[in-house]
Design a protein around this ligand. Structure first.
Ligand code: SDX
Length: 432
């Protein structure tokens, strides 16, 4: 944090200058307040991709990309992954403080008793082709929730917002598992109130009527840690989508559906699916140099999936924890020769020693190892981003609530640099 008070902007042609206030946060870069810039100068700022733009004030998640630091409400992600659980992390993200034992029990109870979805949602589901991508199903099903819960869509009422928030967090695993079972042609598995959140998710994914599914505690713990790692991440593309949709007053289910759509992209949450496909395409460690060269070739659109990040210019701290979970899961499953893990470890080693990746500060991100864990757990590649969406729902919801409670909040409406045709008169067809 600096002691700067203002920046002076000068028009060198006219000599006119303007003082732009500097705002200071508790951590991270200061911001130049440009809210009055257009009124004062007649100019917009220009920042496609928002590489230098702060869209809001937030107290939820802080990232230091240079140091590889990720804090949820001030707590380092490594400490939460090692000592907390996903339900407690959800409470922390929503309310800003770690819960007391009583608060935690009450929160877990409330979430548990919202995990079922309206039975009529099954009718909606049956409209999809069996081979529909789970993310397409989740977009549709989550958006459809707005048609079932008219009792909690008054976003100006904090009670309505909290009921919708709990419903979203509770029902996402049920909807994701429903999409998976529908894909398989297996019967839908109802949630069990005796299970914890991660256990229930595994139960709904892998149980079937023909045999009791025994939950492996190592897999349940790994799933819980993976949910923590993916829970929130500042103003990423899907969170910004949820905030922008919510800024118009849209109902929370529609906003989360928009977030799911944005997360689906391979440059964002869809990267975990793309990493597995990439590792399978590489096929063997001996082919890695060829793919590294493709990733470095400006004329080749191929990128090393699971590498690079808009903010992290150091190791993504989540990737380190994910790599550790990878080894735990493979050991628990007795998988000792996972070729994809061998390729991933060798790819990571070679890339981190390559001048191109060093110069561009490209490190493995959260998506690099998650797919290997999911595959080892028997989860199909098409479900990887759906799992990411389950975890990220609490982050989207916490950011959505913060946006609505922000007194300075208004509908998001960016402007542009227009380079199209100037005004001209209509030409009759006979004259074209
Ligand atoms: C997530 O924002 C978040 O917080 C997202 C996320 C979250 O939790 O919400 O962390 C989750 O989305 C993680 C990122 C998952 N995506 C991938 O793994 C896809 C592969 N990575 C890239 O496509 C890319 O790195 C991005 C999209 C993640 C970041 O892109 P930026 O910030 O727009 O950076 P850039 O495209 O401008 O790249 C900078 C340079 C470019 O070279 P030059 O034009 O400067 O010569 O680095 C190169 C890029 O070509 N580069 C890569 C590369 N990523 C960037 N080159 C090869 N392989 C890559 N993966």
């Amino acid at each position: 944090m600096s002691n700067k008070k203002t920046f002076t902007l000068t028009d060198n042609a006219s000599g006119e200058s303007w003082e732009l206030p500097v705002m200071h946060g508790s951590l991270g870069p200061d911001v130049i307040d440009v809210r009055k810039l257009y009124a004062q100068t007649g100019c917009f700022t220009y920042d496609p991709g928002f590489t230098s733009t702060g869209s809001c004030e937030s107290k939820i998640t802080y990232i230091d990309g240079d140091k590889g630091v990720l804090l949820y409400r001030g707590y380092p992600i490594e400490q939460l992954a090692a000592n907390s659980d996903f339900m407690e992390t959800c409470y922390l993200l929503l309310y800003g403080e770690l819960p007391s034992a009583k608060e935690k029990t009450g929160f877990e109870h409330d979430i548990t008793y919202h995990t079922m979805i309206h039975e009529q949602m099954q009718t909606f589901l049956r409209g999809f082709r069996r081979d529909a991508h789970p993310m397409a199903v989740m977009c549709g099903m989550v958006g459809a929730l707005a048609a079932f819960y008219h009792d909690s869509t008054d976003i100006s009422d904090p009670k309505h917002r909290m009921v919708s928030s709990y419903r979203m967090i509770a029902k996402m695993p049920t909807i994701a598992a429903l999409a998976y079972k529908y894909n398989l042609g297996q019967p839908y598995v109802y949630p069990k109130n005796t299970h914890g959140y991660a256990e229930n998710f595994l139960h709904m994914l892998f149980s079937n009527p023909c045999e009791e599914y025994v939950i492996d505690p190592v897999l349940a713990k790994a799933m819980d840690v993976i949910l923590i790692l993916h829970a929130d991440h500042e103003q990423n593309a899907s969170t910004s989508t949820v905030r922008l949709a919510g800024s118009s007053g849209a109902n929370p289910f529609a906003c989360i559906s928009a977030g799911i759509a944005s997360l689906w992209g391979p440059a964002h949450g869809g990267a975990n699916e793309a990493v597995l496909e990439m590792l399978e395409e590489i096929g063997s460690a001996k082919n890695i140099p060829k793919f590294i060269e493709k990733a470095k070739d400006k004329d080749d659109p191929f990128r090393l999936m699971g590498f690079g990040h808009r903010v992290y210019k150091n190791f993504d701290p989540r990737a380190r924890v994910m790599r550790e979970q990878c080894h735990n899961v493979l050991d628990a499953l007795g998988v000792h020769d996972e070729p994809l893990l061998e390729i991933a470890l060798e790819l990571e080693k070679i890339a981190l020693e390559d001048p191109y990746f060093i110069e561009k500060k490209l490190y493995p991100n959260v998506d690099f190892y998650s797919g290997i864990i999911f595959k080892a757990m028997g989860i199909p590649t098409t479900m990887f981003t759906a799992l990411f969406a389950v975890a990220r729902t609490v982050g989207w919801i916490a950011q959505w609530n913060e946006m609505i409670e922000d007194p300075s909040q208004k509908i998001g409406r960016p402007r542009q640099l227009f380079t199209g045709a100037e005004q001209r008169d209509y030409a009759d067809l006979s004259k074209r």
